[in-house]
Write a protein that binds this ligand. Structure first.
Ligand SMILES: CC(C)(COP(=O)(O)OP(=O)(O)OC[C@H]1O[C@@H](n2cnc3c(N)ncnc32)[C@H](O)[C@@H]1OP(=O)(O)O)[C@@H](O)C(=O)NCCC(=O)NCCS
Length: 214
């Protein structure tokens, strides 16, 4: 796409990024969404990685965003390894399925490989990420802190062979543990939008209760 620019987010993008994220996620996983609030609180959080805060711009309009946080892995023999996690990643619905999400992921994974980061660990819908090389945590013996392998716990190995034969537990940033009431207050700043029940929400409820056998 010749007019697509992938660049770092600046302060003047903040509101646009929250708006496009709200449009991208609205009613997708539950009636309404909370990802725009997450963008808002992430930027001031200790785990936020500013150098990986990228936006996609077309003809001067910001229509996509990816944000990263620090996370870590703990091995069964006590090794602690820093990893990174992205989310939210969102593309405005008018610009989805033309390669913008892919461009955001490719830009940031290239930078992470150069920095020597061993892996990206995320919670997400496998449909969106297997095409980018992500595998389920089980394939690398990476579980959640409870020792389970959720369907949506996905790993992209950036340094080949990094995981070896050890077992690992993945810990995400505490920024994701917010009070839903804060979202209701925050959402009042945005134009009113109808909350609806969509079938994608049923699919999401199944996905978050699905675990692979270890
Ligand atoms: C998920 C999301 C970030 C992906 O971004 P995107 O820009 O739509 O992604 P891409 O266009 O790079 O790839 C998506 C699809 O378009 C296809 N595609 C990419 N370029 C294309 C092109 N030029 N022409 C046609 N199709 C294309 C890809 O093959 C992919 O196909 P698939 O759905 O069968 O796997 C975006 O769709 C989004 O914001 N969704 C709502 C929020 C969300 O679900 N976020 C992720 C939470 S887990």
């Amino acid at each position: 796409m010749k007019n697509l620019k992938i660049r770092l987010e600046t302060e003047s993008d903040y509101h646009h990024v929250e708006e496009l994220t709200r449009e991208a996620f609205w009613n997708l996983y539950f009636p309404g969404c909370d990802e725009h609030y997450l963008c808002h609180i992430l930027r001031d959080h200790k785990d936020f990685i500013k150098e990986l805060d990228y936006v996609a711009e077309i003809d001067g309009r910001v229509i996509g965003s990816i944000m990263y946080t620090h996370s870590f892995l703990l091995s069964d023999d006590g090794e602690k390894v820093p990893t990174v996690s992205f989310g939210p990643i969102g593309v405005h619905p008018d610009f989805q399925r033309i390669g913008i999400g892919t461009a955001l992921i490719e830009k940031t994974t290239t930078l992470l490989k150069q920095k020597g980061v061993p892996a990206i660990v995320i919670y997400g819908d496998p449909h969106n990420y297997c095409k980018h090389g992500f595998k389920n945590g089980l394939d690398y013996q990476v579980s959640n802190m409870e020792g389970e392998y959720p369907l949506g716990l996905l790993v992209l190995e950036l340094q080949p062979g990094f995981f070896g034969k050890k077992k690992w537990k993945a810990k995400q940033s505490s920024v994701f543990e917010f009070n839903p009431q804060e979202v209701i207050e925050f959402d009042k700043q945005f134009p009113e939008k109808e909350k609806k029940h969509l079938y994608s929400q049923e699919l999401f409820k199944m996905n978050i209760r699905a675990f692979l056998k270890g």
